[in-house]
Design a protein around this ligand. Structure first.
Ligand code: HEC
Length: 101
């Protein structure tokens, strides 16, 4: 009976939105973004014309949600790349972490 109650309460618990996964975001960023952007502190080679993720995260108007939305569309000079909504949120969370450092 206790087990039944427990599983019932688990079933009835409101579903929390899955938290953005910054670790997965890092993997995605290294795969998809590091050709142009400096995506992490340990990356040495980037493109001078492209803002580093640390500098993007430090902008006064930085907004993690807006960034995730922005990433749903490839930006102008980017080769075509389609990221899922979850992937964009993970990358945005990874970039947002660089703000707090
Ligand atoms: C082919 C090169 C290239 C790749 C790959 C690339 N970017 Fe960019 N990105 C740029 C350039 C160039 C700019 C600056 C000019 C612009 O905004 O178009 C930029 C700008 C940005 C900006 C700032 C936009 C703004 O508000 O100024 C963000 C955020 C960004 N990129 C995120 C990403 C992420 C995340 C990825 C990987 C999923 C990625 N980029 C992959 C070239 C690239």
């Amino acid at each position: 009976m206790r087990a039944l109650m427990l599983s019932l309460s688990l079933l009835l618990a409101p579903q929390a939105a899955p938290a953005a996964d910054a670790v997965n975001g890092e993997t995605l960023a290294k795969r998809w973004c590091s050709g142009c952007h400096l995506v992490s502190e340990d990356q040495r080679k980037g493109n001078d014309l492209v803002p580093s993720f640390a500098s993007i995260a430090s902008r006064p108007d930085f907004d993690e949600d807006r960034l995730a939305t922005f990433l749903l569309e490839p930006h102008p000079k980017m080769e075509s790349m389609a990221l899922s909504r979850i992937e964009t949120r993970n990358i945005a969370a990874y970039i947002a972490e660089q703000r707090r450092r």
